[in-house]
Design a binder for this molecule. Structure first.
Ligand code: SF4
Length: 231
């Protein structure tokens, strides 16, 4: 049986940093970004910051920036297929001011919602190593600590789900990932909602349909006492 992981201890004074644009703690990822920057000089190619107001009652946690999406644009889920369903859904549920995120310089704003990633730097083949997820947990911990009591966390995929549990020091066996699952997390402050990741693969294969994705957001919105579209 897997032992409980040790939670991150945040400083007492002041909010902990949830992002460092110059972080190179993960040597493999920093080196990979250096090479991608050479091949694509116009790309962001740095840690991608969370998007949306800190302390918003809904926190979405994704996996990591995509090569030609957030890694190129510098905004989470912007520029590739994964963001299409995500921003459309956020707009329909009243969390986003527009249904499409075009670039980090457009006027889109999130209200009551923030998007972060388990890993802030582009990983090769979209697969971060466990040590990289663990290292980036310091920033995710800061985002989780800033959430108000009663907040909802939507985990976009298993890696995000397990990253949240790890940061909070919660045993994975007590809260297994499952699409549509809802987890009341220890401490009583946070509830996590699981969905398959809105990746191109998952949506093209219909492992994740629009209806499935929206049902998870409907659960999260109900938890937050917010209205939701009927369909
Ligand atoms: S993945 Fe996170 S911890 Fe690792 S280098 Fe990037 S920002 Fe730093």
């Amino acid at each position: 049986m897997r032992a409980a992981t040790k939670p991150f201890i945040l400083p007492e004074a002041g909010p902990a940093p949830d992002y460092d644009p110059d972080c190179r703690s993960c040597a493999r990822l920093a080196g990979f970004l250096d090479r991608v920057r050479t091949a694509h000089p116009g790309y962001w190619c740095r840690p991608v910051p969370p998007f949306g107001p800190r302390g918003a009652p809904l926190l979405l946690v994704g996996l990591a920036p995509g090569m030609h999406g957030a890694n190129a644009s510098g905004r989470a889920f912007t520029g590739d297929h994964a963001g299409i369903l995500l921003y459309e859904t956020l707009f329909d549920f009243g969390f986003a001011s527009a249904p499409v995120s075009v670039s980090r310089d457009d006027d889109l704003a999130l209200t009551g919602c923030r998007i972060s990633n388990a890993v802030k730097c582009l990983p090769p083949q979209n697969r971060p190593l466990p040590a990289e997820v663990a290292a980036c947990g310091r920033y995710l911990a800061a985002d989780l600590a800033s959430l108000p009591d009663g907040a909802a966390v939507v985990a976009l995929g298993r890696v995000a789900h397990e990253a949240v549990l790890r940061v909070l020091g919660v045993r994975r066996l007590a809260h297994p990932f499952a699409h549509g699952a809802r987890h009341a997390l220890p401490g009583g402050r946070l509830t996590m909602f699981d969905t398959f990741h809105c990746s191109r693969y998952n949506t093209n294969t219909r492992r994740l349909t629009r209806a499935m994705f929206r049902a998870v957001f409907r659960d999260a919105a109900a938890h937050l006492g917010r209205p939701a579209p009927a369909t």
